[in-house]
Structures are given as C-alpha cells and as structure tokens.
Ligand binder design. Sequence first.
Ligand code: SF4
Length: 107
Amino acid sequence: MSKIARRKFIQLSAAAATGCLAISGRDALADDLPHVSESDGMAMAMKYTNDASTVDPASRTNPAAEQNCANCALIQGNDGDAWRPCQIFPGKAVNAKGWCSVWAPKA
Ligand code: SF4
C-alpha cells in the first residue's frame, strides 16, 4: 500500500468510526429512556395511552381524524422508532402509536 493510499485509508477509517459512535450514541439515548406508564400521575392527567386506537375520537378536544404520538408536533427522536421522547414527558419515551390530550398537529 502506498503512503497516499494508507493515509486515505486511515482518514476514511477514522471518519467511519466517528459516524458509528455518533449513531450508536443517539440510538442508545432513545433506547435507554424509561417508557411512560399509563398509570403514572402525569400520564393519567394527560389521558395518555400507549394505543391511540382505544381513544374515542368524540372525546378529543382537537377533532383531527388520525391522532397519535408519531404525528404529534411534540414528538421528538427518529421517525419509525417505536418509542420516542416527547416534550410533555421529559426524560421518558412515549409509544409512537400512543396518544394524549395535549396532541397537536405538526405545522
Ligand atoms: Fe404523544 Fe403528543 Fe401527547 Fe406527547 S404530547 S404523549 S407525542 S400525543
């Protein structure tokens, strides 16, 4: 291997390793969050459920048709993840298929 090829190999390896660390760190953060429990006091106050399909649409303040945590403006984290951080429940993760009375449409 030439000096230039070896240098390029080392640079690419370092970049790849940095990318792997960044991705695994982000995933670990989301995965490590405890899940919001439906019986938690705050969750009960917000009428949080892990399954939005169990909520009677007539009971919602906002009448938008399909409401779940995945399409709420307050959800955080990565699209497609089953459990994601939410601004209403700091330090915890909500179910992407869940719902609570604070649901708001994304802009
Ligand atoms: Fe789900 Fe939105 Fe309620 Fe958070 S604020 S629990 S994302 S519906």
